[in-house]
Design a protein around this ligand. Structure first.
Ligand code: LMR
Length: 394
């Protein structure tokens, strides 16, 4: 039967990661996959994670199964981290998932279970794997305008006009903060307009929040998600712990289904647990246990927050340095958007040919749509990148 299998298109981000590994040039710069790196190019294990791991190793007495929806302490901690007190706890159903991607996948599955012909509105552009998963599932996608490459900002009027075309029961996929791949985000006022559009159309928001703490701060980055869940009757939220806890390979995420009608919460909870059981049975536990240990301990939590803040400020500093360097070399402010963007990524707004030229001539690796991982830079490589961008004529 395997002869029927055909080669699949490669995942562009992961293929780039491999190409970078194979490039022998010592001067190469990796601005590809969305993994945080410190100034020495290392993705560190966070201090609080190490301490929690030690504690778990000492105290854990069994590896028997946890709850089908995951450990309740983890779910409560994540609901509180993401949603704060925006909604009452009894409006929220939640299940642990293998990473934020697992939560995204389950979110789509939940929507399709509720509405087999569901359409999902996606920002143009969005994280390529959103599109790939939806295509794999056979779910129809409808793009909405989002990024304006001329300004490097959000095309907000276009976005709202397109979202206004949604119908009751459509799902609108939104990035809670730190838009991937563009780095361009809405203001809270603009989010309010999104909420009004959602209420007008009856479409259901699904928020993917994978970078909380990487933009303007832990609370600030959750503000839009909290506004939406408190204003709209039903919301799906997929959250990741990969980036803000730096536990990428532990695959730790959570899917939440919020319904203001609390009589729906039990069925929502049952549905999420059912989806876990059908897809992989029990969710991974180690990463979730690290997160609940850290968030449940005042000292570890404070240390984690402090380290996360260092990471965030480091990326902001690199953004400012890059925008400043480009302003100087180009004698213009056309790259000023790089300092205004938030999160790990910025879309430079150049052609795939230019991206390829940067790779071939300078060993600078960014995704073909000109998405750069800002955390792949350090203060020494920023001037090299800026010079290469200007020399390439971008
Ligand atoms: C990214 O966008 O680079 C990250 O979310 C990693 C991934 O899985 O693509």
């Amino acid at each position: 039967m395997f002869e029927a299998l055909k080669p699949l298109p490669e995942d562009k981000i992961l293929a780039l990661m491999q190409k970078f590994r194979e490039d022998p040039r010592e001067t190469k710069i990796d601005l590809g996959v969305g993994v945080y790196k410190n100034a020495s190019g290392v993705t560190p294990v966070m201090r609080a994670v190490k301490a929690a791991e030690k504690r778990i190793w000492e105290e854990e007495t069994t590896k028997s199964y946890t709850g089908l929806a995951g450990e309740p302490a983890f779910l409560d901690a994540m609901i509180s981290l993401v949603l704060g007190d925006a909604v009452a706890r009894d409006t929220v159903a939640a299940a642990a998932s293998p990473g934020g991607t697992g939560a995204v996948h389950h979110g789509f599955q939940m929507a399709r279970l509720a509405k087999p012909d569901v359409r999902v509105f996606v920002s143009d552009p969005t994280w390529p794997n959103h599109l790939s998963i939806l295509k794999f599932m056979g779910v129809e996608t409808v793009p909405y305008r989002y990024f304006d490459s001329a300004t490097g900002e959000v095309n907000f009027d276009g976005m709202i006009e397109d979202l206004g075309q949604a119908k009751t029961g459509d799902v609108i996929l939104l990035h809670g903060c730190c838009h991937n791949p563009t780095g361009a985000n809405l203001t809270l006022d603009q989010w309010q307009t999104v909420v009004e559009t959602l209420l007008k159309t009856g479409a259901v928001p699904m928020i993917d929040i994978a970078y909380q703490g990487f933009g303007d701060g832990l609370e600030e980055d959750a503000a839009a998600t909290r506004l939406v869940v408190s204003s709209v009757p039903e919301t799906i939220v997929a959250a990741s712990c990969s980036k803000n806890f730096g536990i990428y390979r532990e695959r730790t995420g959570v899917l939440m289904a919020i319904s203001h009608d609390t009589s729906k919460t039990a069925v929502n909870q049952q549905t999420l647990a059912f989806l876990n059981r059908q897809n992989f049975s029990f969710p991974p536990d180690h990463g979730a246990r690290l997160v609940s240990t850290i968030l449940g301990d005042a000292e570890l939590r404070a240390d984690w927050m402090a380290e996360l803040e260092e990471v965030r400020l480091g990326m902001l500093g690199l953004r400012e340095q890059l925008a400043g360097e480009l302003a100087r070399l180009s004698n213009s402010d056309r790259f000023a958007f790089l300092a205004r963007h938030r999160g790990m990524f910025s879309r430079l707004g150049t052609s795939p040919e230019m991206v390829e030229k940067l790779r071939a001539d300078h060993g600078i690796y960014m995704v073909g749509d000109s998405r750069m991982n800002i955390a792949g830079l350090n203060s020494q490589t920023v001037p090299i990148l800026a010079r290469a961008i200007i020399d390439a004529g971008i």
